[in-house]
Design a protein around this ligand. Structure first.
Ligand code: NAP
Ligand code: MG
Length: 486
């Protein structure tokens, strides 16, 4: 497997106040290439005192630096430039992303990086369009509203789409005029550090975007606890989301939480079955199943169940697994050894609870934290593998009789992030879309995203929306202004 030449990686330091710095403690940690199990880079480990420095820099940048004096148009131009720079460095950053996270070069090149660039350009356009309202009030007064930034925003992201999720958070926050302290996941800090460098090149003033790699219970928790942080935007597990919510109560920080999912993907017998097959495969095996919206519960109507499952098995067995840098590879390794073991243990639970292992179920020989594409059949909704987010290439196939049967089963989850329906019946499609308890519903497609389309959860998949106008508004607050005219 290929290994990185160190010069191709960003400096493994903290990016605070426009400078590369070491952590106060001097501590460093290794980020590991999951395809080779070898260390990729040493990265400075931010802790509470580093978070404090970063928040201080962000606060100064927000109140007295160049940032508040820039016109919205100039802010927009900088965001646009960041998008251009991501695009012009695409092969280099895509490679960093693959080495650090194990995602394939094909996915990084075609999906993560172009979408991250697009997200910056999309929000570049919004910088000049954040408008207040004039409100007809009863008193002889002029009433109007201002949409103002929140201040310093702490952003905590996971390892499954490291650069893309950084873009989803950083771009709208900056478009609205906030300043940011970003803590990337310990497994994948490198592309966020590269982004900080590109933002500086794009002209972003010091302190506006700070990137502090480190661990959740230290760096992450320090950001959540810091009294100088006005909002936390978090993507990750539901358990950590709950912990953040408890901790944020003390200072009443604004929160947006994008948490886990166990999304139903429902195929009716009247569907375009070739399209549904592609949707089922991509729904669970894209990014080796490390996707919060993974279609991890595949509901198959009785009439098509056996033939569909058999074809699905054949297709899954044909997916090439291996070196993420090889353009022919469809599935890379899981992000870390711990995560691989967690997935394998869910597979053991599936077997012991009586689900039928249709294919996969094990780790292939050789180096790298790979898990074979795995399909379980005859899964009943009460089984662990139908309820818990596995976050790996493990599909639970659940048979159903008819619409009345499948709707309650599909909604029988504590999550509500996404869902999909495959049918040629327009009326049924829209009826089911309304009945599903999920923040996103796809009809005859799976995994569509757009910078303009709001994204977020129902129920324990979190709250708040990212992307689109909704995502922007989450980084603003409304001020009502009264002017006496009597
Ligand atoms: P996680 O623990 O929720 O990590 C997400 C981010 O939160 C990371 O940056 C993490 O830091 C940080 N963090 C952890 N504990 C924290 C705390 N007490 N205070 C503040 N920040 C904290 O997720 P994970 O352990 O990487 O993955 C576990 C499971 O979460 C997965 O198997 C999957 O089910 C789910 N998950 C969901 C998503 C999603 O997109 N919704 C993404 C990833 C994972 P460090 O990583 O540096 O410790
Ligand atoms: Mg790594």
């Amino acid at each position: 497997m290929s290994s990185a030449s160190p010069s191709a990686l960003p400096p493994g330091r903290l990016f605070i106040d426009g400078q590369w710095v070491d952590s106060v403690s001097g501590a460093r940690f290794a980020t590991i290439n999951p395809a080779t199990e070898e260390p990729l880079a040493q990265v400075a480990e931010g802790r509470a005192e580093d978070i404090d420095r970063a928040v201080g820099a962000a606060r100064r940048a927000f109140t007295s630096g160049d940032w508040p004096r820039l016109s919205p148009a100039d802010r927009g131009r900088m965001l646009w430039r960041i998008g251009d720079l991501i695009e012009s460095h695409l092969p280099e950053i895509a490679r960093i992303e693959c080495l650090d996270s194990g995602k394939t070069i094909t996915e990084a090149t075609r999906v993560d990086l172009p979408m991250a660039a697009d997200c910056f350009r999309y929000y570049a356009g919004w910088a000049t369009k954040i408008e207040g309202e004039t409100i007809p009030v009863r008193a002889p007064c002029l009433g109007y509203t201002l949409r103002e930034p929140l201040g310093v925003v702490g952003q905590i992201i996971p390892w499954n789409f490291p650069l893309l999720l950084a873009a989803w958070k950083v771009a709208p926050a900056l478009a609205a005029g906030n300043t940011v302290v970003l803590k990337p996941a310990e497994q994948t800090p490198l592309s966020a550090l590269r982004l900080a460098d590109l933002a500086r090149e794009a002209g972003l003033p010091p302190g506006v975007l700070n990137v502090v790699p480190g661990f959740g219970p230290t760096a992450g928790a320090a950001l959540v606890d810091h009294p100088g942080v006005d909002k936390i935007a978090f993507t990750g597990s539901t358990a950590v989301g709950q912990e953040i919510m408890r901790r944020a109560a003390g200072s009443l920080k604004r929160l947006t939480l994008e948490l886990g999912g166990k999304s139903p993907n429902i195929v009716f017998a009247d569907a375009d079955l070739d399209a549904a097959m592609r949707g089922a495969l991509n729904g669970i095996f894209f990014n080796k199943g490390e996707v919060c919206t993974a279609g991890s519960r595949l509901f198959l109507e009785a009439g098509l169940h056996d033939a569909f499952l058999d074809r699905l098995r054949q297709q899954a067995e044909r997916l090439t697994q291996g070196d993420p840098l090889d353009p022919k590879t469809r599935l890379g390794p899981q992000v870390s050894e711990a995560h691989m073991r967690r997935i394998l243990s869910f597979i053991e639970t599936g077997k012991s609870e009586g689900a039928t292992l249709v294919t996969g179920g094990e780790r292939p020989d050789g180096r790298g934290w790979f898990v074979r594409p795995t399909i379980f059949g005859a899964v009943s909704p009460a089984m662990t593998i139908a309820r818990e987010e596995i976050f790996g290439p493990v599909l639970s196939v659940i048979p159903f009789k008819d619409l009345d049967d499948v709707l309650p089963a599909a909604n029988d989850t504590r999550y509500g992030l996404a869902a999909a329906i495959w049918t040629r019946d327009v009326k049924k499609a829209h009826q089911v879309a309304r009945a599903l308890q999920a923040g996103t519903v796809w009809i005859n497609t799976y995994g569509q995203y757009d910078s303009a389309m709001p994204f977020g959860g129902f129920r324990m998949s979190g709250f708040g929306r990212e992307l689109g106008r909704h995502g922007l508004m989450e980084y603003t607050q409304t001020k009502s202004v009264w002017v006496d005219l009597s």
